[in-house]
Design a protein around this ligand. Structure first.
Ligand code: ZN
Length: 445
């Protein structure tokens, strides 16, 4: 915690100096020349809320920004010389189809939270700022809540009730999530942040189901906050020119899914928005920010023009429109030394001063897609990502690696694959070929 406060103070102090001495402008110019003429800043938000302090008690902090701070971000981007542009403009400028008179700033929202309709939409409409919202369509028009919000809520109940979970009946990695929280080493949101980035959806749902059961069920185990838009709300925004992109059906991290699921999640989410809203959908946001060549192939074959990541890096002219870089923003990115709103800090975030100085370390989203090269009769259906990781010794042979669990026998056709462990687990590199046993029965022992 002390480290965090210190880092915030250091950033705020640095921002003040850079902003008022003109160093910030020099850095912006440096980034501009690096990007090939114009900077293309894409910012990402999740929930824009009316009562930030109240919501902070109930929700994942990193997803929140107050309506007031959000409004100031837009004003400040404008004042710092950015043209607030659409994602299509950004893609065109990057591809050299259009020249920009100013640096571009594109506003994006992930997940289609209803807060965006309530608190961001009126502000943007009034200011004439375009934006795109990426929708996980199976959630829209339902009272479902996202796994991350449900898990956060359950973990807070565990904390409040000083509950001791029974790990015997929970998925293997549960202790990695709950251990640091129960021992007080990590906050719920920090532990959740670390955990979600490393585990597939089915582990999250496994923990949610187990915790709900152990905590005795009941309506108070489902979070009230975190509701998503209805199709009527989406259509209302679309009529005012706001754009919508696809974000899978079920908020699915696609790098962990076989090709058949990747195609279904991408194509159906696009079709659903097009049918419900009557607009063309050409833009996609990767869940967790994770992508692979396989996912990009499916996107470009199905009429998409762009894919946004959560890589905090500058976009470059002539860069890949399917790996657009984004800066994920939340309330505390604008908090100065005394915990108050800092204009200098906000503009320095926009201008990526901390990136230029190496003070922020971007997390890269490219992941090996271990399932893309599965061949044979049961392709796509016979291999699942394993949740446990094998001893490091087995993993050193191939990088990058994924551990996969084979639910039906497969034949490993790549020599770089480590030996099959216990008959059910294999370690494969991203481009390893696995053939279904049924496809080559004569070669089996
Ligand atoms: Zn998302």
């Amino acid at each position: 915690m002390a480290g965090k406060v210190f880092r915030r103070a250091a950033k705020a102090a640095a921002a003040g100096v850079m902003h008022y001495s003109g160093v910030r402008k020099a850095m912006a110019a440096y980034r501009r020349s690096q990007s090939g003429g114009r900077r293309i800043l894409i910012v990402s938000y999740h929930r824009v809320v009316g009562d930030f302090t109240g919501e902070l008690q109930r929700s994942i902090p990193g997803l929140l920004i107050s309506q007031e701070t959000f409004r100031r971000h837009l004003e400040e981007a404008h004042a710092a010389g950015y043209e607030l542009a659409s994602i299509g403009d950004a893609v065109d400028v990057m591809a050299g189809r259009r020249t920009a008179k100013k640096d571009l700033c594109v506003v994006t929202f992930d997940d289609g939270y209803r807060d965006v309709y309530r608190y961001a939409y009126p502000v943007m409409k009034r200011m004439g700022v375009p934006a795109i919202t990426y929708l996980p369509t199976a959630f829209i028009n339902t009272d479902k809540r996202f796994n991350h919000d449900r898990l956060f809520h359950l973990l807070r109940r565990v904390q409040e009730r000083r509950f001791r979970p029974d790990f015997e009946t929970m998925p293997g990695p549960s202790l990695d999530l709950l251990g640091p929280i129960l021992s007080g080493h990590k906050t719920v949101s920090a532990a959740l942040d670390d955990f979600i980035g490393e585990h597939p959806t089915r582990i999250l749902t496994g923990i949610i189901d187990a915790l709900e059961k152990q905590l005795g069920g009941g309506a108070d185990l489902m979070p009230e906050q975190g509701d998503v838009m209805s199709w009527d709300e989406v259509r209302t925004m679309a009529r005012d020119g706001f754009e919508f992109g696809a974000h899978t059906l079920g908020h699915t991290v696609l790098t962990q899914e076989p090709t058949s699921v990747v195609e279904h999640e991408i194509v159906e989410s696009k079709r659903t928005i097009e049918r419900e809203v009557g607009v063309q959908v050409k833009d996609f946001a990767y869940c967790n920010g994770w992508y692979s060549d396989e996912i990009i192939r499916v996107l470009s074959q199905n009429g998409f023009r762009s894919g946004v990541t959560t890589e905090d890096l500058p976009n470059r002219v002539a860069g890949d429109p399917f790996t657009l870089k984004r800066k994920v923003m939340w309330e505390n990115f604008s908090l100065g030394m005394m915990g108050d709103y800092s204009s200098a800090l906000t503009v320095c975030q926009f201008d990526d001063c901390f990136g230029v100085l190496g003070m922020s370390r971007p997390v890269l989203g490219r992941r090996p897609h271990s399932l893309s090269s599965v061949v044979g009769g049961t392709a796509g259906a016979n291999v699942l990502i394993q949740d446990s990781v094998l001893p490091q010794a087995t993993l050193t042979k191939v990088t990058p690696v994924e551990v996969v669990e084979v639910t039906e026998p497969v034949r490993v056709t790549d020599t770089r694959v480590a030996p099959v462990v216990g008959g059910t687990q294999v370690v494969v590199a991203s481009d390893v070929a696995l053939a279904s046993e049924a496809a080559q029965p004569e070669e089996l022992q």
